[in-house]
Design a protein around this ligand. Structure first.
Ligand code: BGC
Length: 356
């Protein structure tokens, strides 16, 4: 298994905090952050005051991802240019709310702009109080003494009490929300496409999420020690092929896992997810697999318990704009890379053709 050390993740001190007993942190070597933010809230766990944390990523990464600039994301052969889809940034995590979340108010744009009056609402979903196996212990000090924080993001921010701070900025909510881990929570996203044999349009396997009823990639959380290609195959089986609780690895899951080992890496990093908070956020690895007619026909789509529905869905400029979190942006990038690789062109309505 290839254990990737992602980027050079020197830690960065967070902006000075207002918490009365918290020592004022020195500015980190490359943070450039000013201002202050209040994270001392009633009912919050007591955060550890820790020295800088060396951050190492312990999730498996089958291949290095290509580095793609924002400009390249918009370029494609054939002169069909899609508008930039929402999702690369940090807007949904600032304005949309996860299921049962409190309102986010109007959080400052950046940590630099967070002044002493910034009072995020503390929220942790009741399920976290039951100490589920997938979550950290509620006591942050204990949680961070048991494991190192890991992240794909190049910037690691910490509050004065050692609490991880969202690398993209404030969200209006402190605590873990519905996410189990302090800091990054890791998912993997399988983008599986085909060209419909009759309509000639590009389609993807999409689910409708149960929580917010939005169309999404059938991804899921990476289990401890699991290879990303394993998560991709497992989630696809569980969420879209009705293969839940099969009590072992099925032949189809093994076949999919092998296929995902040759899948195209599309994106790795922060997800603009409505469940993100100031102290917990989603990061993902998205991979793309384009199936031929025969491979696609062998998949008998059936929804799993996490999804309200599953189907092949046309990939159009419009459908990408309506997807959950950053998913539209990931799928768009998968399509742009696939166009380059295949020499084909995908129109805004999903039609696949040869360049003019
Ligand atoms: C989903 C993934 C998604 C991640 C971040 C997980 O719950 O299963 O598909 O990328 O959240 O939004």
């Amino acid at each position: 298994m290839d254990i990737g050390r992602i980027g050079s993740l020197g830690s960065i001190q967070a902006p000075a905090l207002r918490a009365p007993l918290a020592p004022k942190p020195e500015a980190g070597p490359c943070d450039g952050l000013g201002g202050s933010v209040s994270t001392a809230l009633p009912g919050r766990p007591v955060f550890q005051t820790s020295p800088e944390v060396e951050v190492e990523v312990e999730v498996a990464t089958p291949k290095e991802l290509p580095r793609i600039s924002d400009d390249q994301r918009l370029l494609q052969p054939g002169a069909v240019v899609w508008e930039l889809q929402p999702g690369w940034g940090h807007s949904k995590a600032r304005s949309e709310s996860g299921k049962d979340y409190p309102a986010r108010g109007n959080p400052p744009q950046t940590w630099q702009q967070a002044d002493p009056d910034y009072q995020p609402t503390f929220y942790e979903a009741p399920v976290l109080a039951t100490q589920p196996a997938w979550a950290d212990p509620a006591d942050m000090k204990e949680a961070l003494s048991r494991r190192q924080l890991t992240s794909y993001e190049p910037r690691q921010l910490k509050g004065a009490q050692g609490e991880p701070l969202n690398p993209r900025g404030p969200t209006g909510i402190a605590g873990r929300g519905l996410l189990g881990k302090f800091g990054a929570n890791f998912a993997a996203d399988p983008i599986v496409t085909r060209t419909h044999p009759e309509t000639g349009k590009l389609e993807m396997i999409a689910i409708v999420r149960e929580d917010l009823n939005q169309v999404a990639i059938p991804g899921g959380m990476v289990d401890p020690g699991e290879k990303i290609s394993g998560t991709l195959a497992r989630e696809l089986c569980e969420e879209t092929l009705g293969k839940e609780e099969h009590g072992g690895t099925t032949a189809q899951e093994k076949e999919l896992q092998t296929m995902f080992e040759r899948a195209t890496p599309v994106y790795r990093g922060y997800v603009d997810d409505p469940r993100n908070t100031d102290n917990s956020w989603m990061e993902t690895s998205a991979f793309h697999l384009h199936l031929n007619d025969e491979e696609a026909a062998r998949l008998n789509l059936q929804k799993g318990s996490d999804a309200a529905a599953v189907s092949w869905k046309e990939i159009t400029a419009e459908s990408l704009g309506q997807m959950y979190g950053s998913h539209g942006a990931f799928v768009k990038q998968a399509v742009l890379l696939w166009q380059k690789e295949s020499g084909l062109v995908v129109g805004q309505d999903g039609t696949v053709g040869k360049p003019a």
